[in-house]
Design a protein. Structure first.
Length: 262
């Protein structure tokens, strides 16, 4: 019986190997390459310029009065975000590449819950830091109003036409969060993870994300805390859908606050 035991075990191992082939993830997830990242940035910039020129020309020809309002700026900004989404999609090889490399994957319900919990903590931390230094910005009410104004289109709402309102809402719900998350927590994070640890990748993407919004200093604490939380959620959920949800939620909250204040 002891002499026969090796023979009986060997076929079992072969059968197990046939029934359970190694998955692609066993060798580690695929990452964005430097060439793909550069291509994505290049495509995004090129498409943004083309769309901006086209929109400006059409608006001045078809609606010259509207083209002299803030509505044209809103349309161009929306086009830039659309260009980022399209440029990154082209660079990674289409929708399949967006799913594989930019982690645009459907999350589980508990992962969405985790992302929204992280968002609440991040907002509380960011706003808390801003309020701690509110004496330098006119007090608590003035600081809160400044955060809302800087993080939304409050300055444009009073004179916005119905078309401008529609563009603001479309950009907020479908373009801004998607474009920025696919860029920072998708392409840049994925590229950084080829050569850096998770904490380093999260920290760098958060700093770059904050630098993009640094033209409003009052937003820096909130944006930095959000960037760190979004990077952590990206790592924990392996999905940018969770961070896109976070992004849209905070943008929508700021927009509704701006509507209430306008």
């Amino acid at each position: 019986m002891a002499l026969n035991s090796p023979t009986t075990r060997r076929p079992v191992r072969r059968r197990f190997a046939r029934d359970h082939p190694a998955s692609p993830e066993s060798a580690g997830p695929e990452r964005v390459t430097g060439r793909q990242l550069c291509a994505g940035l290049g495509w995004s910039a090129g498409l943004a310029v083309l769309l901006a020129i086209a929109i400006t020309g059409v608006a001045r020809a078809a609606a010259p009065h509207w083209a002299r309002t803030e509505g044209l700026t809103v349309a161009i900004v929306a086009a830039v975000y659309l260009a980022v989404i399209a440029g990154l999609t082209i660079a990674v090889g289409g929708p399949r590449g967006v799913h594989r490399l930019l982690a645009l994957r459907r999350p589980a319900a508990r992962q969405l819950g985790l992302s929204l919990t992280a968002l609440v903590v991040a907002v509380a931390a960011g706003i808390g830091v801003s309020l701690a230094f509110s004496s330098f910005s006119g007090g608590v009410p003035a600081t809160l109003r400044a955060v809302v104004a800087a993080g939304s289109d409050e300055a444009r709402l009073a004179t916005a036409t119905p078309l401008t309102w529609a563009l603001i809402v479309i950009r907020l719900l479908f373009l801004t969060g998607t474009a920025e998350e696919l860029l920072f927590r998708g392409a840049i994070y994925s590229w950084l993870r080829r050569r850096a640890s998770v904490p380093v990748a999260v920290a760098i993407t958060a700093v770059l994300f904050t630098a993009e919004h640094a033209y409003y200093p009052v937003l820096v604490p909130l944006v930095l805390s959000y960037g760190l939380a979004a990077g952590w959620v990206r790592h924990r959920t392996s999905s940018t859908v969770t961070t896109i949800t976070m992004h849209i939620t905070i943008d929508l909250a700021l927009f509704l606050a701006a509507v209430a204040l306008s």
